[in-house]
Design a protein around this ligand. Structure first.
Ligand SMILES: *Cc1c(COP(=O)(O)O)cnc(C)c1O
Length: 363
């Protein structure tokens, strides 16, 4: 087997090694099935078990209450930007959007095309380096829902607590910190996440929706965009992304059985992030974090160097040293280290060592 490098990509991102190994082992023929998961019918008993188990394990992992439906969809988190208002924003009502980064802005822009939406708050004025205080939120108590992005992948800011939405259903784009810490699902109306950050490979999108909200879905939506229809058919209205769902299922099993659940996962994520943020904070200003300290993401660590030439040099030399995917998004610049659940602590330690040496040579 070829050597693996440390993959700091923001997504698609690193997967747990035991998952990759099991998928590789079973790719040619699933045990007891004799066919690859790539070949089986989605209507077969074999696949039915795979999707059922993936749902059951996700329910165990997140402790999802019975009155929530779990859907495995396609189209990425980006399609949810449209499906959420199509399904949950009736005519005559408006929805509130809390804008803390590019993904929230993207969701807002798409929703605007489909209904009445309000900006409840935006932190654009400081290039999304912070989260709003509860008193900054201009929330409408009659809104159809409040949308927020729990972790803004590009800027590296992560909500520690849900915004206070009162009785209005909370809708959350949880793509980049899904299953990274314990969660009280009952606080939400709807949660969605593209799988390719923390839950699996690209191709599957997970939606968790409180069942009473399905009742309000308007008639006449295109079948493929209708939560009620998709839920009624248990995510099998058409051919689902079978392989992606299979890998998500393996990731959930890994999270439960090998890591030991979300509390353990959170502790590991905190430990990894602390190592990296401490290195940034103890560099005498050579490395500067983008996000304000109390808003920092445990998943995406964004930071700058003294100038852009040094940032380019850093990325180039880090890549050569086996630390891949560190170039920041152009809207922040600098560096971004994405250290999702499956990212090993050894990779963070190696990055911190590299940072120390780079500063010594280029400080
Ligand atoms: C990656 C990401 C998206 C986009 O996901 P796609 O699956 O590519 O559509 C949306 N929101 C957040 C927070 C993300 O991290």
């Amino acid at each position: 087997m070829t050597e693996r490098i440390f993959n700091f990509s923001a997504g698609p991102a690193v997967l747990p090694e035991p998952v990759l190994k099991q998928a590789q082992r079973d790719l040619f023929a699933l045990p007891e099935v004799g066919m690859s998961v790539l070949e089986v019918s989605h209507r077969s008993a074999a696949f039915e078990q795979i999707i059922k188990e993936a749902e059951t394990d996700l329910r165990i992992l997140l402790n999802i209450p019975e009155d929530y439906a779990v859907l495995f969809l396609q189209g990425g988190a980006s399609l949810q930007f449209s499906m959420v208002p199509m399904n949950l924003l009736p005519k005559g009502k408006s929805a509130d959007y809390i804008l803390t980064g590019s993904w929230g802005q993207g969701a807002f822009k798409e929703a605007k095309k489909l209904g009445t939406v309000r900006e409840a708050c935006s932190t654009a004025d400081t290039n999304f380096n912070r989260l709003p205080k509860p008193e900054e939120l201009k929330l409408d108590p009659h809104a159809a829902y409040v949308h927020f992005t729990s972790n803004e992948t590009i800027f590296g800011v992560e909500f520690q607590e849900e915004p206070p939405a009162g009785n209005v259903p909370l809708v959350c784009d949880m793509s980049s910190n899904f299953v990274s810490k314990p969660l009280d699902v009952s606080k939400y109306g709807l949660i969605y996440a593209g799988a390719q950050k923390n839950a699996g490979p690209a191709g599957a999108t997970i939606v968790i929706i409180r069942k009473d909200l399905l009742e309000g879905v308007p008639e006449g939506l295109p079948a493929m965009l209708d939560y009620k229809n998709l839920s009624k058919s248990d995510s099998m209205y058409n051919t689902p992304p079978c392989f992606a769902i299979y890998i998500c299922g393996l990731v959930f099993k890994w999270a439960i059985n090998e890591v030991g659940g979300l509390e353990k996962i959170q502790a590991l994520n905190r430990e990894k992030a602390k190592i990296l943020y401490s290195a940034i904070d103890s560099s005498d200003g050579y490395y500067r974090g983008h996000a304000e300290k109390d808003c920092r993401s445990l998943m995406n660590v964004t930071f700058r160097l003294p100038n852009e030439d040094l940032e380019k040099k850093f990325v180039k030399e880090a890549t050569a040293a086996g630390l891949d995917g560190l170039k920041g998004h152009r809207s922040v610049g600098g560096l971004r280290a994405s250290i999702y659940n499956a990212f090993p602590k050894a990779g963070v330690v190696k990055l911190v060592e590299f940072m120390g040496e780079f500063q010594k040579k280029n400080g």
